[in-house]
Design a protein around this ligand. Sequence first.
Ligand SMILES: Nc1nc2c(c(=O)[nH]1)N[C@H]1C(S)=C(S)[C@@H](COP(=O)(O)OP(=O)(O)OC[C@H]3O[C@@H](n4cnc5c(N)ncnc54)[C@H](O)[C@@H]3O)O[C@H]1N2
Ligand code: MOO
Length: 707
Amino acid sequence: MSGLHVTVDDGARDVRVDVAVAPGRTLAVVGPNGAGKSTLLSVVAGLYVPTSGRVVLTGARGEGDRVLTDTAAGTLVPPARRGVVLLGQRPELFEHLTVRANVAFGPRAAGLRRADARDVASRWLDAVGAQGLARRRAQALSGGQAQRVAIARAFAAEPQVVLLDEPLAAVDVPSVPHLREVLRRALAGVTALVVTHDVADALALADDVVVVDRGRVVEHGPAAEVLDAPRSAFLRQLPAATGRAGILGSVSTPGPDPIGHTDPTTHTGEREAEGAEHARRGVEEHAWRVAAAVRPALATLVAPHRATELAVADAVVDPRPRSLAAAAVATVATPGFDNAQMDGYAVRAADLAGASATAPVALVVADPIPAGRTGAPLAAGTAAPIMTGAPVPDGADAVVRIEDALPPRFGQDAGDRVSFSAPVDAGTFVRRAGSDASAGDVVLAAGAPLGPAQLGALVASGIDRVRVADAPRVLLVSTGSEVRGAGEALGPGQVHDANGASLAAALRVVGADVRVRTVADDVAAFRSLLTTPDDGGWTPDLVVTTGGVSAGAYEVVRLALGALADDGLADAWFGHVAMQPGGPQGLATVAVGRGEGRVPLVAFPGNPVSALVSFELFLRPLLADATGLRPARRGRGRAPLAEAVDSPPAVHQVRRGALDDSGRVVLVGGPGSHLLARYAEATVLVHVPVGVAHLDAGDEIEYEEIG
Ligand SMILES: Nc1nc2c(c(=O)[nH]1)N[C@H]1C(S)=C(S)[C@@H](COP(=O)(O)OP(=O)(O)OC[C@H]3O[C@@H](n4cnc5c(N)ncnc54)[C@H](O)[C@@H]3O)O[C@H]1N2
Ligand code: MOO
């Protein structure tokens, strides 16, 4: 993997930029039209030679630099040999080839054998959700399908650098969120330059951002920082300039900190009535802000004072999601000795060198070797019956399967004869000592999840204790004076604490250490819950609340965080996210108990479906990454709808559904955010993106598995 360094000084187009991308990072180049972004890409791709400039692939780990363009030295490597692929707005596939052949083209050109190239193509088609299209001709694809295939083709070629030129600009609106996610995953660890006018793409895809305006770099830095505290005129006027506001809901002006508490809707709620509609935050933006607030807290779980030692045997008895805080090193080799891969005869290959069907070689049967025993050294001219897993005796160097011996069954006595009608290569059906891992090998790297295969590998390698990341401590607070504990008798207007149950369970499934509290609509009580040290020094890494965030008169979470913010003990944002259910949301960092520093607080709405859907969208992926839950992401797919669906186009609607016998998506229950019993029957969440008002039966829709 190379990095990239580009310098361009071009009089004709008045572009003067110097841009570097570190190996494995993605740099977004944003700026107004005509700013010089496309010139930059054309220069890197080798399609435009500037008056003066250099393009260098900077070597990683000891490889040298590779100069692609150097106007002073007269160097210009042709586009096809630069190790750079360009993914533009339009897919530009080979129309007459099948989808698979299109994607396999790059790997074939790089010298892979046909079968291997097909494997690579299949993997990438899977990754972009286009496996079903493999046999179609490219000319038969819709625009969105073709762009998906073009993404697979670009990455399958394993280029040194990927260039993306407005990769989502020409895609039909409903496909954008899915394709953006596909791109985001594909870009992990890849050196890439993304040119976009869309801040949502930059936020989702890039590690770093440069802003180019009138041919000059006017701003440069990590994406989160630049987009959060923009200095350039271009970024500051972004809400107006965001071409795709409809996808995310309007992207609010990035505030000066990750939680965005200077958004138009603040904890005071003052501007909400007048500005609620256009102040809606996009789902992706909120997800990103929650991640920015929560990830640093979760990162401490592997710190020396938090990581703990765990007996592997205990993890086997209680296999909850966990990840390693330190690498695990094998104390014994696996296998520990050369052993038979098949039931058969241990032989000396040299004894069978002359064997053939017409002239079989007969050997004397030696004593049998069952698994768990070491046989005597094998004498020349003899064959020892051996069972799968038994140590291959000294002197023997191959195993012949019992099916290939004459007679083809066990039961011969020692001293009888057994014949072989073919020679055998030394090493055949012998599993070599250490072929899985040698003593001293790292069996599992730091960060590895501790799932079934990993626990088995640890035991096999003689490792009985490991260092694991601590479980994230989550304080879950159900708010509402009407909320009663599970099983309690209900008075008029009261409800049972469904959120305390569903969210506590959801948090524990992902491996969190959860404490659940309920608190009435009482600001002082809520404050004291956060600020009074209790629970024997147990300080949460994360606080999750439900209820008390919308526009009512007793919004305890919003009011308490507002008061804490006024006292300098919190930063808080409350407002609307362009989703349904789960519109009203809050995000804060707050001083908790005796803990040093601030703890992230994620406030979900009280309606039970809203709270659980919000958890699925905003917290589950973050916690899964931290705890080692596998799979870390729910399975996603696209399938035709069994029925028509209507959705408010201004919001991303999340419906509950199930797949019917013919693989179509059936909706379960209506859109109402109190329909938890119906949610309980669902097996998928169904995503109706922003901008979609109606879909017909048969139209494709994205779903996400939940059960
Ligand atoms: N005038 C407006 N009213 C509402 C708006 C709005 O924008 N303007 N948004 C609506 C939406 S959408 C939602 S969602 C809710 C969110 O309200 P809160 O988060 O403040 O939640 P509460 O009012 O406390 O409760 C809502 C609902 O959920 C029930 N609930 C609360 N906690 C639990 C629990 N632990 N277990 C089970 N059920 C719970 C509660 O009894 C209410 O029925 O606001 C809308 N209103
Ligand atoms: O957005 Mo609320 O969560 O529908 O009921």
